[in-house]
Design a protein around this ligand. Structure first.
Ligand code: FMN
Length: 323
């Protein structure tokens, strides 16, 4: 659909502690087209902290959307200008995170109760830059879980003239459930998302939540403009190996596992001095998803990670994949 710079048919969801710059580098070796998101970054952190370090990324990662948390209009304006300056192709406001700490900072899902404020935040972000501005939300929060509430929320935030909304199709509980349980216990209600698309057909709506099979993702495109997948990719980055062909009609070769591992280890070796070992090596842990003996292999890998023995680690991976 028009008026957006990027094609959001398939996105890798923002995941704190997971979608780091290094993980995005790995995902990009597997899919050239999927839209990648950063972890959520608080706009306050960019204001007070070392924004150059926080926003560091490699050119190869593009297109990348910077996900931010916040509700201070001026700070969000400033953050959008930074996103533009640091060559992010889009900026996304998170109003879906239910964590207590995030709520205390007036960020995340608690803002679903303040639709006008969310609208004004998005407005200020839109005015600041021509990169795509988007929203990621839930379908409700606490006792505000009717379709009518959701519709009213969407209708109000759309006054900001944004063109795309990512919807995690569950409500969030702000009290009594931690973020992990908030991703499984509240019931998935895909019908809320289909209904909202019918009511606002000119807006792009992206389905998120519980998609674990690529064929189910394709099915969603019959009704919606795109899908966003998180945990299935965290567990197995090769989940996205056919995204370019299936979702973007590109006739490209499916990424070869050996090639991805080799390229990623080149990246690791080149960045050992500047990026934390944890960030560099944690995306590797899920690369052998589903392979026989992967449990024993993970123990071996953890030991090599602790020893920082990168060459041996690389050989071990390549041998396992070859086998
Ligand atoms: C470890 C982890 C961290 C997450 N961090 C974020 C985040 O920073 N911002 C956000 O909007 N959602 C975050 N989420 C939620 C995901 O983006 C997504 O909405 C959720 O996992 C449902 O999609 P899925 O069923 O495909 O995983 C996180 C999820 C996980 C598993």
């Amino acid at each position: 659909m028009s008026e957006l710079n990027l094609n959001y048919r398939f996105s890798v969801a923002p995941m704190m502690g997971v979608t780091t710059s290094s993980a995005r580098y790995m995902y990009r070796l597997i899919s050239k087209e999927a839209i990648l998101f950063t972890e959520m970054i608080a706009s306050q952190a960019l204001h007070r902290g070392d924004y150059r370090k926080i926003l560091r990324k490699q050119e190869i990662e593009s297109p990348v959307v910077l996900q931010v948390g916040g509700s201070d209009i001026n700070l969000l304006k400033y953050t959008t200008a930074l996103a533009n300056k640091f060559n992010y192709q889009g900026i996304n406001l998170n109003v879906g995170c239910p964590s207590k700490k995030v709520s205390q900072g007036k960020m995340g899902a608690c803002l679903m109760k303040e639709a006008e404020l969310v609208r004004d935040c998005l407005n200020s972000m839109k005015v600041e830059s021509s990169i795509d501005v988007s929203l990621k939300c839930r379908i409700g929060v606490d006792e505000f879980d009717s379709y009518e509430f959701f519709r009213e929320f969407i209708s109000t935030v759309l006054e900001s003239d944004i063109k795309i909304i990512f919807i995690h199709a569950r409500k969030a509980y702000l009290k009594g459930l931690d973020p992990k349980k908030n991703r499984t216990l509240p019931e998935l209600k895909y019908d809320f998302v289909y209904r909202i698309k019918n009511e606002f057909p000119n807006i792009n709506f992206v389905m998120n939540g519980g998609l674990t099979d690529i064929n189910d993702c394709v099915e969603q495109l019959k009704y919606l403009d795109g899908v966003m997948v998180g945990r299935a990719i965290q567990a197995n980055p090769f989940f996205i190996q056919e995204v370019d062909n299936i979702f973007y009609n590109k006739n490209t070769r499916v990424a070869d596992k050996q090639f991805v591992v080799k390229q990623y280890f080149d990246y690791v070796k080149n960045n050992l001095e500047t990026v934390s070992t944890y960030e560099l090596l944690s995306p590797l842990l899920s690369l052998c998803f589903g392979l026989p003996g992967s449990k024993k292999f993970k123990q071996e890998i953890n030991e090599l990670i602790r020893a920082r023995d990168i060459n041996k680690l690389e050989d071990t991976y390549l041998n396992l994949i070859a086998a």
